[in-house]
Design a protein around this ligand. Structure first.
Ligand code: AQP
Length: 329
């Protein structure tokens, strides 16, 4: 590896990827490829923290790989690989469970509380422990920067704490990572409920636009999106959270600034704005899906295999050190 800083990030194949994943994560990664050593993973072991259909899971792993490529992740510049193909991730997660992670940390994780709701005693141990596997994913590669949406900041903070504790006990084995969160589009909200994040595993598909949604269906979802009271097109996160979310989506996909959108829609209403946004989203999806459909499963598998070899080399070297300092094989 060169003297460039290292970036690691990933997405779990737990549902169909949304424009939230694209705006908050993938589009940011694309622009970082020249400046950083980039490692992007399809983090499939994270997906099985909740029940998955194996056939769908296998399909989604390839779809995410193709989505990375269609978005502009270049396998000549970046490592693209499937997490479960590099066993060092789960091995390190176990070591960190024992040497670095505390129950109290995990109990504080808001994503766990949101996902488990009132079923905390009957969800899988994996759902509770998933931030430790995420910490392993990150620190295995001496990652310096983790580009994530704002919802994942807390997990990166935890990875830092775990790495520091491990280093305090065993010496300087791991680099301490930092989260990098984009200012705009860091959290795209549900189209039904602006207080909830747009999520790929949302049970109600009307709240999210999937990257592989039919453009006509996406158009209808935008037209049906909830709006706030009043009619003026102004960005006001506090009083007009639904409109603020739609303006962010428009600006992120069209490249037009929110200020210029406010100006363009002065004197016009929500209907006019939604119509234009529906068009912006449909045009984006048509173009994106054209690129996606050009990539075959065979090509995606070849890229994952190349990435597996590259990632294994780095990960095994680090695991060798970890096993040594801990005192196992
Ligand atoms: N709504 C969002 N807005 C901005 N960024 C988002 N991300 C996810 N949703 C939004 C970012 O995408 C990456 C995906 O990470 P993940 O799949 O490992 O986990 P996640 O954050 O739990 O994603 P989802 O879509 O919400 O999945 P489910 O519903 O399965 O839990 C991260 O960088 C995240 O910040």
């Amino acid at each position: 590896m060169t003297s460039k800083k290292t970036i690691f990030s990933g997405i779990k194949p737990s549902g169909d990827l949304t424009i939230g994943n694209y705006i908050g994560a993938i589009s940011q990664w694309v622009t970082m490829q020249d400046e950083y050593n980039c490692i992007f993973s399809v983090v499939d072991y994270h997906a099985i923290t909740v029940k998955q259909n194996p056939t769908d899971l296998r399909r989604r792993i390839l779809d995410i790989t193709k989505i990375y490529l269609a978005s502009g992740i270049n396998s000549k510049k970046s490592i693209i690989f499937q997490q479960s193909a590099v066993p060092a991730h789960t091995e390190l997660a176990w070591v960190l469970n024992c040497c670095g992670a505390y129950m109290a940390d995990l109990k504080k994780m808001t994503q766990f509380k949101d996902k488990a709701g009132d079923k905390q005693d009957s969800v899988s141990v994996g759902l509770f422990d998933y931030p430790v596997l995420m910490a392993a994913d990150i620190i295995l590669y001496d990652t310096q920067i983790v580009p994530v949406g704002d919802d994942q900041k807390q997990h990166v903070e935890l990875a830092r704490d775990i790495a520091k504790r491990f280093n305090n006990q065993y010496g300087p084995v791991f680099t301490i990572p930092e989260a990098m969160v984009k200012k705009e589009g860091a959290r795209i909200m549900s189209l039904n409920d602006p207080s909830k994040k747009m999520a790929k595993s949302d049970e109600n598909p009307a709240g999210a636009i999937a990257l592989l949604d039919e453009p006509e269906i996406a158009r209808k979802k935008i037209m049906k999106a909830v709006t706030d009271s009043g009619s003026e097109i102004i960005y006001d996160q506090k009083n007009k959270p639904a409109l603020a979310n739609l303006l962010t989506i428009h600006s992120s996909l069209s490249g037009e600034s929110i200020k210029s959108l406010e100006k363009k829609f002065t004197g016009k209403g929500y209907g006019d704005f939604k119509k234009e946004l529906a068009e912006v989203v449909a045009v984006f999806l048509i173009d994106f899906q054209k690129k996606f459909n050009k990539i075959s499963d065979v090509d995606a598998k070849k890229i994952l295999e190349k990435g597996r070899k590259q990632a294994t080399k780095i990960a095994e070297e680090k695991m060798g050190k970890v096993r040594g300092v801990v005192g196992v094989r």
